[in-house]
Design a protein around this ligand. Structure first.
Ligand SMILES: CC(C)(COP(=O)(O)OP(=O)(O)OC[C@H]1O[C@@H](n2cnc3c(N)ncnc32)[C@H](O)[C@@H]1OP(=O)(O)O)[C@@H](O)C(=O)NCCC(=O)NCCS
Length: 176
């Protein structure tokens, strides 16, 4: 993959529009191929989705008012992804999923910028808590979230049913 000169470039984070489902699909599949251990979904499951399904999925996310599908762009190239979603059982809680930054753009604050946008959205809609799961041993992700104020709750759960890999839950109180 072409090296990306992002040293002095600004990171732009914006919501994905419904028609951008091919971009969303490509970023998501790259994330699952590049960092399979970080995610509960598998590349095999996601790669099997039809284009209709990808379009439906992003259209729902872009129009529900309860989802925030985000893309990070540096020097005109999409390099990162995150999806924030209001919890189905608790309207004051938002969950963060699918955080990924392309390897050539890491360590430059791209994930921090995605997280800032997700937090601003959550605060703007009056949410009280943001929550996410991080695979135990994923130090880059854990430090990213800790720097933003998230703390491990002490709860762990299998990354997916039957998996030996465990996720630790992390939470940030947004009020105050
Ligand atoms: C975790 C990940 C999203 C971080 O993205 P990033 O854009 O490099 O992160 P940032 O540049 O915004 O860094 C924010 C903080 O993360 C931490 N961090 C980033 N890369 C790190 C690394 N390689 N090792 C340790 N900590 C790291 C640091 O605390 C950093 O803060 P600092 O700049 O004060 O040192 C990226 O490495 C990634 O996509 N990994 C694979 C997928 C993944 O693990 N997703 C998270 C699922 S919960």
């Amino acid at each position: 993959m072409r090296a990306l000169d992002v040293q002095d470039a600004l990171v732009a984070v914006r919501m994905l529009a419904a028609h951008e489902w091919p971009l969303y699909r490509d970023l998501r599949l790259r994330a699952l191929a590049e960092a399979p251990a970080a995610f509960g979904s598998t590349l095999a499951e996601e790669a099997a989705r039809s284009d209709t399904d990808w379009a439906w999925r992003l259209n729902l996310g872009a129009t529900s008012g309860r989802d925030l599908p985000l893309v990070a762009v540096v020097a005109g190239t999409a390099v990162g992804l995150a999806w924030t979603k209001v919890d189905a059982g608790d309207p004051l809680r938002v969950n963060l999923f699918q955080v990924w930054v392309a390897p050539q753009a890491r360590g430059l604050g791209v994930a921090g910028a995605l997280l800032d946008a997700a937090l601003a959205w959550a605060r703007g809609r009056g949410a009280s808590t943001m929550q996410l799961g991080v695979v135990c041993g994923n130090e880059a992700a854990r430090r990213l979230y800790e720097r933003a104020g998230f703390r491990a709750t002490g709860e762990t759960e299998p990354q997916r049913p039957g998996s030996a890999r465990m996720e630790q839950m992390m939470r940030l109180e947004l009020s105050g």
